[in-house]
Design a protein around this ligand. Structure first.
Ligand code: NAP
Ligand code: ZN
Ligand code: ZN
Length: 347
């Protein structure tokens, strides 16, 4: 089993640090990927800090991975050595349940195998992308189009697909009025993708500090949620609200902004419940929904959509030794708009 360099959390409260981990030998249907870049998602922070439940340490996180194929198993047909590829939030699923058969394996009824902190098919705990190499079964590996700059592509594998999927599911297009709550890693991708789909896009951010950026990324309107007048002005306005906030917010205030048959979909995953008053839903026959990542098929569709529309995340490339500082900046909403680790700094 190859031993590779990685950066791991060793406890819920301590800093992440350098380590080595073992990757499995390349099986018949596996692909060995030399990781080039790995994005930092807020889910990595929720996970290593135990906010979503206890985990086993040491744990390597990271599920926005791009790299180059350096070895393929004897039965691999989808990828070849030298290909530019990506790996997102899951690396396997049961392939038998009705959701897997429907091509929605992110909702595998037996639980998809997460890229990290998940029990793998061989019983080991999966270790994610803050590492130099990863071994993944071929059909959970994506093709990264040449048109997408490699050093910016990684965040598409989570932030991109997690926002593309609900925008596509609720059929956003010309004439749709879409609001994006929180302009961080996911939020800024929601703005770009919804704009490219033809929607009229509004950002609802805590302050106006990122207004210029929001408008540059494709938003038509930008409001501060710290100003109570925002909620009066925008009542009954939106067809779809994508909530990407990592913390608890007053969800009823946001529901009031939906017009007839509008939906508020939460992709943000705060550890605390978001209490909903049913009366917030009666008016305008509103819906409150959730959405988790996206299928492999849809992730490929999203990558091709981004290539076609010239969409790439706004990134700040950092060395592995900057990860702990990057976490603090993400927590302070001081990210513009995704940190990406240069895996060469782990070598
Ligand atoms: P992020 O970069 O930290 O962005 C979150 C944004 O939420 C911040 O930039 C900030 O935007 C806003 N925010 C933060 N704290 C807030 C508070 N107390 N009140 C109001 N707004 C606040 O995080 P991310 O990586 O985009 O992830 C966002 C959430 O999505 C996380 O909970 C993550 O775990 C979850 N997630 C879910 C899925 C899924 O499958 N559903 C996939 C990936 C991530 P402003 O400064 O603009 O207000
Ligand atoms: Zn993520
Ligand atoms: Zn399944």
């Amino acid at each position: 089993m190859p031993t590779v360099n990685a950066f791991a959390a060793t406890s819920a409260s301590g800093p992440l640090s350098r380590t080595t981990i073992e990757r499995r030998d390349v099986g018949a249907k596996d692909v060995l990927i030399e990781i080039a870049y790995s994005g930092i998602c807020h889910s990595d922070i929720h996970t290593v800090r135990g906010e979503w439940g206890d985990i086993t340490y040491p744990q390597v996180v990271g599920h926005e991975i791009v790299g180059t194929v350096t070895e393929v198993g004897s039965e691999v047909t989808l990828h070849k050595v030298g290909d530019r590829v990506g790996v997102g939030c899951m690396v396997n699923s049961c392939r038998e349940c009705e959701n897997c058969i429907a091509g929605e394996e992110q909702y595998c009824l037996n639980g998809n195998t997460g890229t990290y902190a998940s029990v793998d098919r061989d019983g080991t705990i999966t270790q994610g992308g803050y590492s130099t190499h990863i071994v993944v079964v071929e059909d959970f590996v994506l093709r990264v189009p040449e048109a997408i700059p490699f050093e910016k592509a990684a965040p598409l594998l989570c932030a991109g697909i997690t926002t593309y999927s609900p925008l596509a599911h609720w059929k956003v297009g010309p004439g749709s009025r879409v609001a994006v709550v929180g302009m961080g890693g996911l939020g800024h991708m929601a703005v770009k993708i919804a704009h490219a789909m033809g929607a009229e896009v509004t950002v609802l951010s805590q302050s106006l500090s990122k207004q210029e950026d929001g408008l540059r990324l494709g938003a038509d309107h930008y409001y501060a949620t710290s100003d109570p007048a925002t909620f009066d002005k925008l009542k009954n306005t939106f067809d779809l609200i994508v909530n990407s906030v990592s913390a608890k917010i007053d969800i009823n205030a946001y529901l009031s902004l939906l017009r007839l048959d509008g939906t508020l979909v939460s992709v943000g995953a705060p550890p605390e419940p978001l209490p909903v008053q049913v009366f917030s839903l009666f008016g305008n026959r509103r819906s409150f929904a959730g959405s988790g990542i996206g299928s492999i098929r849809e992730t490929q569709e999203m990558l091709d959509f981004c290539a076609e529309h010239g969409i790439a995340p706004e990134t700040e490339l950092v060395a592995a030794d900057y990860i702990n500082e990057a976490y603090e900046r993400v927590l302070a909403s001081d990210v513009r708009y995704r940190f990406v680790i240069d895996a060469a700094t782990l070598a």
